[in-house]
Design a protein around this ligand. Structure first.
Ligand code: ADP
Ligand code: NI
Length: 206
């Protein structure tokens, strides 16, 4: 089996998996993360480029927002898939990324210094900021029917999408693990700040 056979099998599997997700976590998100992860790794040279690609493709396979209580079943599906692709030797490292990639997951497990995790997590986080990040946040907020903002509150710890910027998105720039990720994050973070500035100006009637 060649690597392009493996990618074709994995792509098909992931496309099917992402079908029930919101438009911020669809196949196009996976493709963007793949491209950014490959780019970061081409500069940082932290991991095998093929394994970076496979891991980026699989990174949202067990997202708790969608898999709910079936996360363990999703991990098993990934193990089976990698076995079918004759990638069993790489399964540990790849699964470690899928288990630890989430921002919101409180209890991290296993090897948190896995270079593959640094690359794919930075790529996933970059897709949550900048213009695309703003679009994704409102797509997800709409999907959940969350309020856009809550008037008169400081927007921290509230369930609105603007609240989510403060709770998570504005923190991502300083959480990058690779230099390349940090460099890209600077510009994208500024896009968030400019957006919030303008949003508040308009709210104030300006
Ligand atoms: P992680 O997988 O790192 O926990 P998430 O899956 O929570 O990250 O975030 C993925 C995308 O979903 C991001 O673009 C993020 O902004 C969006 N998102 C997650 N939770 C919310 C929320 N409560 N409101 C708006 N967007 C959200
Ligand atoms: Ni993702």
């Amino acid at each position: 089996m060649t690597n392009s056979d493996r990618i074709a099998i994995i792509e098909r599997f992931v496309k099917q998996n992402q079908e029930g997700y919101d438009s911020g976590h669809d196949w196009l998100h996976i493709e963007r993360v793949r491209r950014i992860a490959i780019y970061i790794n081409s500069i940082e040279k932290l991991a095998d480029p093929f394994i970076v690609e496979v891991t980026a493709l699989l990174h949202d396979m067990a997202d708790s927002k969608f898999a709910g209580k079936y996360q363990e079943e999703r991990y098993s599906l990934v193990v089976d898939l990698l076995g079918r692709c004759e990638l069993s030797e790489q399964t540990g490292k790849i699964l470690n990324v899928i288990r630890n990639i989430s921002f919101s997951k409180k209890i991290k497990e296993g090897d948190l210094l896995n270079p593959l995790l640094f690359v794919v997590q930075d790529a996933d986080r970059l897709d949550a900021i900048g213009a695309i990040g703003i679009a994704r946040a409102f797509a997800y907020g709409g999907f959940r029917n969350n309020p856009i903002y809550i008037p008169g509150e400081n927007n921290i710890n509230n369930p609105s999408t603007i609240g989510h910027f403060h709770e998570k998105l504005l923190k991502l720039k300083d959480m990058m693990k690779t230099n390349t990720g940090s460099t890209i994050a600077i510009r994208r973070h500024q896009v968030l700040l400019d957006f919030l500035d303008e949003f508040n100006r308009e709210l104030d009637g300006g």
